[in-house]
Design a protein around this ligand. Structure first.
Ligand SMILES: Cc1cc2nc3c(=O)[nH]c(=O)nc-3n(C[C@H](O)[C@H](O)[C@H](O)COP(=O)(O)OP(=O)(O)OC[C@H]3O[C@@H](n4cnc5c(N)ncnc54)[C@H](O)[C@@H]3O)c2cc1C
Length: 420
């Protein structure tokens, strides 16, 4: 290893920027952040970019520590054996440690016609493709939002507030994360904005055409512009680099966020799955995981054992247009509780809190850039049920391994006998 440790961070979102800033704690670490765009994207405001109420971008200069070098490029492959990152333009970057924080994207819909006719909304580029489509369709356009998670709810609200005729197709349930109390309040807020909600058995999209959305129960909903917000998966870089990933493409790591394949690779944010028990994809988890990923690398450099990451949740905060919002509180284990802030009487407070949270996510990056190590997450905020879940998971893995071994050892006897 050279005297200066080279750390490459792939992905400049909430997790990657936090990790990169944290790593500048040491003067003998050279940090390079690789990201396809020269500006930081506030993904949690992409629906606002579509509606024209916020640009959803921030200059990297204000959120990155001076010591971090930004390389505007797309990573094509991680060559773990050669400890280098291969870029799409053919260049390479050698590393001693790599932080994998490439985030998530929309899951490619398998529904016929969706890839051709629906507009996904998970990246800046996708938001910028949707804007002219909405403008071309005109103010009276019928807009269908498919998906009823936070991005679907926030997008439907924002577009309805702009005067569009919006229908939300939810599948079984609107806001599956929400407690029934919170769900009732969100349903009422959407109704106030004029959003038509289609939910329940049969409310699953089976086909999308240029001017309609077909549902499993045979209904045909006219739709001039269809926005697809259902399903997220991790960026594909880890899988195409031959690293171990789960079904959603997240890099498999241990509790210190270290890749199960290579202790020089550490994952953070939506892109990783610690112990196969992934945290909810969210900027709430991404910031905490980014700090933990940075700490893991710093611990190894200091010759210490890295600590398990601690991630705590407080709930989910939804914007419901500019004048309304709802905070669904949750226990530390990310299970929603009865309490929420919002509803008809608390709508202003909910909107104010959501705006505060959006601003504070960026502010936290700025603070960490100025004082790396400032933002700490004490162990007591973590999910109290996680240790038990990890033990169950370990037992399942041992059980599966024993089953596989038994099958392998009995198979040679069975096959010749059966074929004889
Ligand atoms: C419309 C919308 C609303 C949302 N609202 C909320 C919300 O209210 N609350 C909440 O907690 N979460 C919300 N989310 C989810 C949240 O945005 C993500 O969970 C969060 O951004 C994850 O952070 P991250 O740093 O892991 O990844 P990202 O923010 O996705 O950043 C990853 C970065 O890596 C880059 N990248 C990807 N591949 C490569 C590559 N090959 N080479 C180089 N760079 C690469 C990407 O371009 C991106 O800049 C919302 C998401 C959307 C789309």
């Amino acid at each position: 290893m050279s005297e200066t440790t080279q750390v490459v961070v792939v992905g400049g979102g909430y997790a990657g920027v936090t990790a990169a800033n944290r790593l500048t704690k040491r003067d003998d670490v050279a940090v390079t952040l690789v990201n396809p765009r020269p500006q930081f994207v506030e993904r949690i405001r992409l629906h606002q970019r579509v509606a024209g109420t916020h640009s959803a971008v921030v200059d990297y200069a204000s959120v990155l520590a001076d010591g971090v070098r930004l390389e505007v490029a797309t990573a094509e492959r991680i060559d773990a054996a050669g400890r280098r990152l291969v870029l799409a333009d053919g260049g390479t970057l050698g590393y001693d440690y790599l932080v994998y924080a490439a985030g998530s994207t929309g899951a490619t819909p398998t529904v016929p016609g969706a890839a051709e006719h629906a507009f996904p909304l998970t990246s800046l580029e996708e938001a910028d493709r949707l804007v002219p489509a909405l403008a071309a369709a005109g103010p009276a356009a019928r807009v269908t939002v498919v998906g009823a998670g936070p991005s679907g709810i926030e997008t439907a609200s924002e577009l309805a507030e702009q005067g569009h005729a919006v229908t939300m197709v939810c599948g079984d349930l609107l806001g599956p994360y929400l407690h029934p109390n919170g769900r009732r309040a969100v349903t009422a807020a959407l109704a106030r904005l004029g959003v038509a909600i289609v939910a329940g058995p049969g409310a699953t999209v089976t086909a999308v055409t240029a001017d309609a959305v077909q549902l499993a129960d045979g209904r045909d909903l006219p739709s001039d512009v269809t926005v697809w917000t259902a399903g997220f998966r991790a960026a594909g870089l880890a899988a195409r680099s031959g690293l171990s990933t789960d079904d959603a493409g997240r890099l498999r790591t241990d509790e210190t966020l270290t890749s199960v394949d290579d202790d020089r690779i550490v994952a953070a944010g939506d892109a990783g799955t610690p112990s196969g028990l992934a945290y909810r994809m969210s900027c709430q988890a991404a910031g905490q995981l980014g700090a933990a990923a940075g700490d893991t690398v710093l611990a190894r450099l200091a010759g210490r054992e890295p600590r398990p990451a601690t991630v705590g949740f407080v709930g989910q905060c939804l914007s419901l247009g500019r004048g309304d919002g709802l905070f669904q509180f949750a226990g530390r284990g990310d299970v929603p509780v009865r309490a929420f802030l919002g509803g008809r009487r608390g709508s202003r407070a909910g909107a104010w809190l959501k705006e505060l949270i959006c601003r504070s996510t960026v502010l936290q990056l700025t603070w960490e850039a100025r004082r790396p190590g400032l933002i700490r997450y004490p162990a007591f905020i973590g999910d109290p049920r996680r240790p038990a879940a990890l033990r169950d998971r370990q037992q399942e893995t041992v059980h599966d391994t024993v089953q596989d071994t038994m099958q392998e050892t009995t198979a040679p006897d069975v096959v010749p006998a059966a074929s004889a």
